[in-house]
Write a protein that binds this ligand. Structure first.
Ligand SMILES: NC(=O)c1ccc[n+]([C@@H]2O[C@H](COP(=O)([O-])OP(=O)(O)OC[C@H]3O[C@@H](n4cnc5c(N)ncnc54)[C@H](O)[C@@H]3O)[C@@H](O)[C@H]2O)c1
Length: 357
């Protein structure tokens, strides 16, 4: 069990095979006076029932479905339910689902009475490897992704890796690019670990799945706990792969999923780093191999896109500050430095790097 104090909220991360069996005890330690559950309707029924057995007096579930739940309408509906259920500031909202339900329910929890207690049960690989920790909540509005949001850390995350073993392959691999990204930031020993567990993860074996989830969430927690509001430039290293990745998502009208976009973004940005600081070639080769083994795309061609279509979308990134943007440069595995780039200069760099994809 990992623990960190984030923004005055002590976040507990419990990851394991069958970790859901400990949900009642972990939630009980937060000491809420009542519970409300928000869940994704595509989470298998028996998993939602297992949650309800752990929290027998909980209200809900209030259901949403993936990205559709990241809307003001869904959040207002959830807030209505919380008000009619009489939730107080000491109540706890538990979100059960992928990154979308976690982002949207987290947002609702952060604004209800200026913040109620919050717990996450992630049910997709992206949420188990990444989104469940970090405290960024968000919804989409007026066609803009993640444009409304808050920083609000959950009191606990219960990541039951056995849930991943039931996902279809294309959903299972969605979070692998974030896992590989964490490994690049952490260093060569993290990459060795991910290389070692990846075949077992893809074969849905319990031990590698648990190790990957635990390692990834704890690694992210270690970065976020030094910069929980993304103010010091420390957690900006986690944006590795995401400048190019977000541009790919945006220019495809969000038809390319986050995980697939970040996969190409990671390779692309490593190529950009190598132009600037001569990043070792074997790092990009290893990263491309790991992502390729998972069946993820590693080039724009794999997505049927061209640099000319993608580059203009960089300007719409919300990481942009006026004419500049922070961009992580990878000197080597474990050595990532965040630098300030002018948008035009960054666009040129990525155009140049696209030649090496
Ligand atoms: N807050 C953060 O730090 C952070 C980080 C990365 C991504 N995100 C956000 O996360 C979202 C993407 O997350 P995601 O990939 O988990 O997508 P998602 O939450 O949209 O889930 C993907 C699909 O899987 C379904 N689903 C969920 N659990 C399931 C299960 N156990 N079995 C079968 N189907 C299931 C959902 O209904 C949906 O259709 C995006 O909105 C992204 O912006 C947030």
């Amino acid at each position: 069990m990992a623990q960190a104090s984030l923004d005055r909220i002590p976040t507990v991360v419990e990851a394991g095979w069958g970790a859901l069996a400990r949900l009642g005890e972990i939630a009980g330690r937060v000491g809420p006076d009542s519970y409300m559950i928000a869940a994704d309707m595509n989470v298998p029924r028996d998993i939602v029932e297992a949650v309800l057995r752990q929290l027998p007096n909980a209200r809900g579930p209030y259901y949403g479905r993936g990205e559709e739940s990241k809307s003001l309408e869904w959040v207002l509906g959830l807030l209505d339910e919380m008000i009619s259920a009489g939730l107080t500031r000491s109540s706890l909202l538990l979100a059960v689902g992928g990154g979308a339900i976690l982002d949207a329910a987290g947002f609702a929890a952060s604004i209800y009475m200026r913040g109620v207690r919050l717990g996450y049960v992630p049910t997709t690989s992206l949420s188990m490897f990444d989104a469940a920790v970090g405290g960024k909540t968000a919804i989409n509005y007026l066609g803009r992704k993640n444009v409304l949001g808050t920083f609000y850390h959950p009191h606990f995350v219960v990541a039951d890796a056995s849930i991943l073993a039931r996902l279809p392959r294309e959903r299972l691999v969605e979070g692998i690019a974030e896992l590989v990204k964490h490994a690049v930031i952490s260093g060569w020993s993290g990459l060795d670990m991910v290389e070692g567990v990846l075949p077992g993860v893809l074969d849905l074996e319990p031990e590698p799945l648990v190790e990957a989830v635990k390692w990834s969430l704890e690694f992210k927690l270690s970065i976020v706990s030094k910069d929980f509001r993304d103010e010091k430039g420390i957690r900006a290293v986690l944006n590795l792969g995401h400048t190019a990745g977000h541009a790919i998502e945006a220019c495809s009208g969000f038809k390319v999923s986050h995980g697939r976009a970040v996969s190409v973004g990671l390779v692309w940005e490593l190529e950009a780093s190598s132009i600037i600081v001569g990043t070792p070639r074997d790092l990009k080769t290893l990263v491309s191999r790991l992502l390729g083994e998972a069946g993820l795309p590693i080039s724009l061609e794999d997505l049927g896109l061209t640099p000319g279509e993608v580059i203009p979308c960089i300007a719409s990134d919300k990481k942009r500050r006026g004419r500049t943007m922070l961009f992580p440069i990878v000197e080597d595995a474990g050595r990532v430095e965040v630098r300030v780039f002018d948008i035009a200069e960054l666009s040129q760099l990525l155009i140049k790097a696209s030649g090496g994809l």
